[in-house]
Design a protein around this ligand. Structure first.
Ligand code: PMV
Length: 310
């Protein structure tokens, strides 16, 4: 028997931009997906992860594709070596929290343990990336990197296919966040494809937005490193404005963002795919974090308290 985990993540800056080679900043969250692998007489995947209603049905095809990609890449013949895989953990699955990557990483690690493959983190990350192709189509690689390595990361995808740039960012102390769940699941590959189409149809608009983002993310790195919380929040708001201009927000996310603003969040934005999933709100200090979680919950949305830079 083997049991291993992968971290969930939040993107602080740069979802979608990261697909086009621009830098993004993301942080692993403490919540994890756990994969248990045990001997069985037939292959079976039992998904006990907590999830938004409809998530598992919507993701059924993706999960199947990811599993096949992982097994093929690891050259595991599941017919010859039937196992039961049970997924669990406290990572509440919906779009935006890197649930598919957390799953892929946990499974890759569990297979490595189960078959005594002794794979290192780079190898696990590579397998998890393969699994991500089942859900994101052409994933940037940011989710699997966070799921595998943890921490607060600066990430740049190498569009030529070489090594991605991954730098661990150190901050003075972890920062409290609250994630508000819109209750809607979106399909990453569809939203990424949609965004590509829109970008091709209006290059001028998107060039302008991309340039603005490039400036913003550099400032964001500086403000994280100098621990300027007000500035980080302001830049998150600016990042969200750009995402909204690219039609990646939705009514429910906007509602959570206005609640966040009314209750003193320093910044709030969509995190991940968008058009559903989670909103991240920057709420330094346990008091503000608690207040925010309550405010989001009283409006009927689920809220998760977490920290970035742990
Ligand atoms: O929704 P998530 O957590 O899977 O994040 C997707 C992030 C994108 O930038 C939209 C896609 C990618 O591959 O980076």
């Amino acid at each position: 028997m083997a049991e291993c985990y992968g971290f969930g993540k939040v993107i602080l800056f740069g979802e979608h931009f990261v697909v086009y080679g621009l830098p993004a900043i993301a942080s692993a969250v403490g919540d994890k997906t756990i994969a248990k692998i045990e001997k069985s007489d037939k292959y079976e995947l039992v998904d006990n992860r907590p999830a938004t209603e409809g998530y598992k049905v919507k993701k059924k095809g993706e999960i199947k594709r990811s599993m096949k990609l992982i097994l093929d890449f690891m050259k595991i013949d599941i017919e010859k070596n039937p196992v039961k895989i049970t997924l669990s953990g406290n990572l509440f699955c919906t779009s935006g929290i890197g649930a598919s990557a957390a799953m892929a990483t946990s499974i890759a690690r569990a297979f490595s343990d189960y078959f005594n493959l002794n794979l290192n983190d780079e190898q696990i990350n590579r397998i998890s990336y393969e699994g991500e192709k089942g859900s994101a189509g052409t994933p940037s690689g940011i989710d699997n990197t966070c799921a595998t390595f943890g921490g607060l990361l600066w990430f740049e995808k190498n569009l030529q296919g070489g090594e991605n740039k991954i730098e661990l960012l150190e901050i003075k102390q972890p920062i409290e966040i609250v994630l508000g769940n819109t209750g809607l699941s979106s399909v990453t590959s569809e939203v990424v494809a949609d965004m590509k189409k829109a970008k091709e149809a209006d290059p001028e608009k998107y060039d302008k937005i991309f340039k603005e983002y490039e400036r913003l993310v550099k400032e964001a790195r500086g403000s994280l490193e100098s621990y300027d919380l007000e500035k980080i929040g302001k830049l998150m708001d600016e990042n969200h404005r750009l995402l909204k201009e690219m039609n990646l927000s939705c009514k429910e996310a906007e509602k959570i963002i206005s609640i966040a603003k009314e209750n003193g969040a320093l910044g709030a934005k969509i995190t991940g795919t968008g058009r559903g999933g989670y909103v991240i709100t920057l709420t330094p200090g346990e008091e503000l974090q608690e207040k925010m979680a309550k405010a989001i919950e009283s409006a009927g949305f689920m809220a998760i308290k977490s920290k970035i830079g742990v």
